[in-house]
Design a protein around this ligand. Structure first.
Ligand SMILES: CC(C)[C@H](C(=O)O)[C@@H](O)C(=O)O
Ligand code: SF4
Length: 471
């Protein structure tokens, strides 16, 4: 019988079947960041263990670093600079490369790793960070782990893993203009629930995924974890090969030829069987915005807040009531027209060059509405430089956006900087949990296009008229 892509990657990396439903897998790359990586490195040292292959581990400074211009180690997170300095020192001691503040490779780990050619089709890659699944967009088996597991992976280059079930999500049909990967994944989560992917490794496929850019595939995979999946991935194709070619850590010469030949097998066989298959007709996918405090609380931008009492079970009814109170909304409220205080473009979901181009195309020659604080944080220092080379920073700045250094920034308030209490923010990030972007801040997840259109309007707005050149 045919094998799925996940089966193939699993079998390629299995060192031993441990006989209790778990396998010992070989881990090709270990990525760390200063928030959880510092703990992994500390744990390793306390156990008296050493890093087995320092050249296969990489540290990115992203979560706690300040993103305001002119930054150094100082950060708005109380005690934050200690994380930065301890991580730097421990990585230095272990001989691990650090993409540090001031390095032109610095940025959000899930943006930097693909960009540098660290994530590649077919590799196993782990990081103590839940959004490691982003890197599945290249056809890597990439998943988030805890700090203790990260210490184990650093010491042994292996991990004990329970094999996930497999799910195929096929996106077919015609994706309407104005909708993109962010809308596709929010649609999936809204329709099947935020725990719909629990226990699965999900392969995203279908004609619409094939037509997506490699960067958009990373957006899709980024939110697999918001669907509770173990990870998400997309089989590599010619676009992937073209995208990774020539990046700093990618093999060259004969090794590159061998790599491409090897990648030809990285797809699910036609007769492969999955534990679950979901088919989505993309014709139904409009630009999506969340109204509540879970990514499943999502509706088309021109929709209204649903009645909490229509939720399928008592727990969801209660969660929706609580979400409405937190968000300051009532059933039946229209999303379009809700006044906003903030607009944020950034995060490992939507901060790559293509995202910035999409937003800039709408912002060009327009101004952010008075009273809206708008911020753009490129996903990496390389993305920032590439955007500046095209003049995109001027478009953002002339529109009234702050143009930042790279990092996680206000995707996650734990970095120290945040929006205000009760402020309503449209955001290209992936989590709208209570207090995620600041104590009491109300986050509406959406695409970069919808963030840009809303920033200009001063309220949640449909990006499609602007994209059609109207208004
Ligand atoms: C701090 C880190 C462990 C966390 C994660 O695992 O995802 C963060 O990146 C997030 O997005 O909430
Ligand atoms: S950008 Fe946000 S979601 Fe991504 S790793 Fe950083 S904090 Fe987590």
């Amino acid at each position: 019988m045919g094998r799925t892509l996940v089966d193939k990657l699993w079998e390629r990396h299995r060192v031993a079947d441990l006989g209790d439903g778990t396998d010992l897998l070989y881990i090709d790359r270990v990525l760390l960041h200063e928030r959880t990586g510092s703990m992994a490195l500390k744990g390793l040292r306390e156990q008296g263990r050493v890093v087995r292959h320092p050249d296969r581990a990489f540290v990115c400074m992203d979560h706690i670093v300040d993103t305001r211009p002119g930054r150094g180690d100082a950060t708005l997170m109380p005690g934050g600079s200690a994380f930065i300095q301890e991580t730097r020192a421990a990585a230095g001691e272990a001989g691990i490369r650090v993409f540090d503040i001031g390095d032109d490779r610095q940025g959000i780990v899930h943006v930097v790793s693909p960009e540098q050619g660290i994530a590649l089709p077919g590799v196993t890659l782990v990081c103590p960070d839940s959004h490691t699944c982003t890197q599945g967009g290249l056809g890597a088996l990439a998943w988030g782990i805890g700090s203790t597991e990260a210490a184990h992976a650093l010491a042994t280059q292996t991990l004990v893993v329970r094999r996930p079930k497999t799910m195929l999500v096929r996106f077919e049909g015609e994706l309407p203009p104005g909708s993109g990967a962010k809308d596709m994944i929010l649609y999936l989560i809204a329709r099947y629930g935020a725990s719909g992917g629990a226990g699965y490794a999900i392969e995203f496929a279908g004609s619409v995924v094939a037509a997506l850019s490699v960067e958009a595939r990373m957006t899709l995979c980024n939110m697999a974890v918001e669907f509770a999946a173990w990870t998400g991935l997309v089989a590599p194709d010619d676009k992937t090969v073209a995208w990774v070619k020539g990046r700093p850590f990618v093999p060259t010469g004969a090794l590159w030829d061998a790599a491409i030949a090897d990648w030809q097998d990285l797809h699910s066989d036609v007769d492969a069987s999955f534990d679950r298959v979901i088919l989505i007709d993309c014709a139904d996918i409009a630009p999506i915005v969340t109204w509540g405090t879970s990514p499943q609380h999502a509706v088309p931008v021109n929709g209204t807040v649903p009645d909490p009492d229509s939720a399928p079970d008592p727990a969801s009814v209660q969660a929706r009531h609580r979400a409405l109170t937190y968000m300051g909304l009532k059933p039946g409220d229209a999303l379009i027209g809700l006044p906003i205080d903030g607009a944020f473009i950034g995060s490992c979901t939507n901060s790559r060059l293509s995202d910035l181009r999409t937003a800039a195309a709408l912002l060009k020659g327009r101004r952010v509405a008075v009273g809206v604080r708008a911020i753009c944080v490129p996903g990496s220092t390389q993305v920032k430089a590439a955007a500046e080379a095209e003049g995109l920073h001027l478009v953002f700045q002339e529109a009234g956006f702050e143009w930042r250094e790279s990092g996680c920034s206000m995707c996650f308030f734990a970095g120290g900087e945040h929006f205000g209490k009760g402020e309503r923010v449209v955001t290209s990030t992936n989590r709208n949990f209570e207090n995620r972007q600041g104590p009491g801040t109300r986050s509406h997840l959406t695409s970069p296009a919808t963030v840009a259109a809303s920033a200009i309007a001063g309220h949640i707005a449909d990006p499609r008229p602007l994209l059609r050149g109207e208004g």
